[in-house]
Design a protein around this ligand. Structure first.
Ligand SMILES: C[S@@+](CC[C@H](N)C(=O)[O-])C[C@H]1O[C@@H](n2cnc3c(N)ncnc32)[C@H](O)[C@@H]1O
Length: 320
């Protein structure tokens, strides 16, 4: 009897051991971002998917974003989401629109996170290099076989490049043949001023070597976001929702935007010019745009947001 119990215990111990070991292997095989700022990437994708951007809906499934996100308790999630999905869709689509309208065939996406832009670009035959910090690139390369299928392989690559590191940036750009459209959405505000300057100087050096432009709406992110926010919630509530959103990102990234955002257009332009870039401001879209996440708003709100998109919020920069 004792022998039987002992044999059972040994068998049970072995089975548990094997299961535990294989679970550990599975989780070890699935990398997750480790730096605080990298956790801001999946939430961006999440909101793009909520906006029903088709390739975002698709991409969420490929990369297991819900697990990577490790959702924290976001207070007032619904009302924060209502504004953020519109903002994210407009920010994301405006860069894609620029790339297409200007017929670029090379795109370098700085701090690409888990942006579905790689799918959008590769399907148009545009060469796409997504760059980010090592932990994010590890995640991307792990999941890439799920979505970078045979015919797309020649168009999509992910490279480790801290945007503030000169040699990593030059290295990530070196495979491009011809001029490059460098894009960035949602990175600038996570860098302190000296790092922002380093990033701009690296961009300038890439543009000097390869030709092309750097384009982003991040220098006026607050204006775009609050424009949408006020349209939806009115002046007073928009301030509350703005603070709630800021808290979501600051809690995730441990970066405080009051230290990183520019207080005025003049301050930002001076900063850009000091880094050796010229800036031209354009409307967010080259023509009329169908933003999916505003379809269910009333006509007055749609008109307001369409008017907002005509403002010169897209900053196109070239090397001096
Ligand atoms: C808010 S997410 C935006 C991701 C993506 N651009 C999007 O719109 O979905 C910010 C991204 O910047 C990346 N990041 C932060 N600091 C960086 C740096 N110094 N160099 C490159 N990427 C950085 C983070 O890892 C993260 O993926």
């Amino acid at each position: 009897m004792n022998k039987k119990i002992m044999a059972f215990c040994i068998a049970a111990f072995l089975v548990v051991g094997i299961l535990f070991n294989s679970a550990a292997k599975t989780s070890a095989a699935k990398p997750e971002p480790t730096s605080a700022v990298s956790y801001t990437a999946p939430i961006t994708l999440y909101w793009l998917a909520k906006a029903r951007v088709p390739e975002a809906v698709e991409y969420v499934q490929y990369i297991d974003a819900e697990k990577i996100l490790k959702p924290k308790s976001i207070t007032q999630y619904e009302r924060v989401e209502r504004v953020n999905k519109i903002y994210q869709e407009i920010r994301y689509s405006s860069l894609n629109d620029f790339i297409e309208a200007e017929n670029f065939t090379n795109v370098m996406d700085l701090g690409c996170g888990v942006s579905p832009r790689c799918l959008n670009m590769a399907r148009q035959g545009i060469n796409y290099v997504g760059t980010d910090l090592p932990d994010v690139v590890e995640v991307l390369n792990f999941y890439a076989p799920n979505f970078v299928k045979d015919d797309m392989r020649k168009y999509v690559r992910f490279e480790i490049a801290d945007a503030t590191d000169h040699s990593e940036m030059m290295n990530a750009a070196k495979s491009f043949n011809g001029k490059i459209c460098i894009v960035e959405d949602g990175l600038l505000m996570y860098l302190p001023r000296d790092k922002q300057k380093a990033m701009l100087k690296n961009i300038r050096d890439i543009l000097k070597e390869h030709g092309g432009v750097f384009v982003t709406s991040d220098f006026v992110a607050g204006e775009i976001f609050m424009g949408i926010n006020k349209t939806i919630y009115g002046e007073e509530d928009a301030t509350i929702v703005g603070k709630e959103t800021q808290k979501v990102y600051e809690d995730l990234s441990k970066v405080f935007f009051s230290d990183t955002i520019f207080k005025s257009t003049e301050e930002a332009v001076k900063f850009i010019e000091e880094a050796g870039l010229k800036v031209e401001m354009r409307p967010l879209f080259s023509g009329k745009q169908d933003i999916m996440s505003i379809r269910d708003l009333n006509n007055r709100d749609i008109e307001n947001i369409n008017a907002l998109m005509k403002q010169r919020f897209l900053w196109v920069m070239t090397a001096d």
